[in-house]
Design a protein around this ligand. Structure first.
Ligand code: IMP
Ligand code: MG
Length: 179
């Protein structure tokens, strides 16, 4: 285990099981219809790339990067699109893949944006969910695992751009960010 990790929240084995379960649910729901997978950069990249390999419909992928204004640890409801999709989502089944849902602000805004652009369907998939932190009510279609209100790192999730390469999700030691 990495020296800055307090405990493991989702092991490599559990991540594999989550990917298979969610891919199965998506395959069942889409029933062969084509899907545009929107990867929210950067944190959801490892999860999204594992997930698409288990999808059995025609899949396109595209990327979007957003940032919330203000402090880095809490979002305040405004998002800034730093990189937009290359494609038009009009008439498409869109699956937004996120690493973690905290306040819900980010996904609420992105979903509304795609609905505005006349996507046929917009579904949300997240590896992790911190339900106790929710501020806006956003309907999440696929959840990997609910976690307590702790700072998670690894498998894409970062603290100041570090730890994304850990193969599991862990809790960051408080001593790392409280010093
Ligand atoms: P929301 O708009 O508050 O739901 O923010 C979600 C975003 O906050 C995620 O995409 C992450 O970038 C970031 N985030 C929230 N909680 C954590 C965490 O525990 N570890 C790493 N990033 C987090
Ligand atoms: Mg993120």
């Amino acid at each position: 285990m990495h020296k800055d990790v307090e405990s493991i929240l989702v092991s490599e084995k559990e991540i594999e099981e989550i990917v298979l379960r969610i891919a199965g649910e998506i395959n069942k729901n889409l029933n062969g219809e084509p899907l545009l997978v929107v990867v929210i950069l950067k944190g959801s990249t490892p999860f999204a790339m594992d997930l698409i390999k288990k999808l059995d419909m025609p899949v396109e992928i595209d990327f979007m990067q957003v940032s919330s204004y203000g402090k880095t640890t809490e979002s305040n409801g405004f998002i800034n699109v730093k990189r937009d999709l290359e494609q038009d989502v009009t008439g498409k089944n869109v699956l937004i893949v996120e690493d973690i849902i905290d306040s819900g602000n980010t996904l609420y805004k992105i979903k509304a944006l795609f609905q505005d652009r006349k996507a046929k369907t917009v579904q949300i998939c997240t590896l992790l969910d911190k339900p106790s932190r929710r501020v806006v009510d956003v309907n999440v279609d696929y959840v990997g695992k609910e976690i307590p209100d702790e700072f998670a790192i690894g498998y894409g999730l970062d603290y100041c751009e570090h730890y994304r390469n850990l193969p599991y999700v862990g809790v960051l030691k408080r001593s790392v960010y409280e010093k």
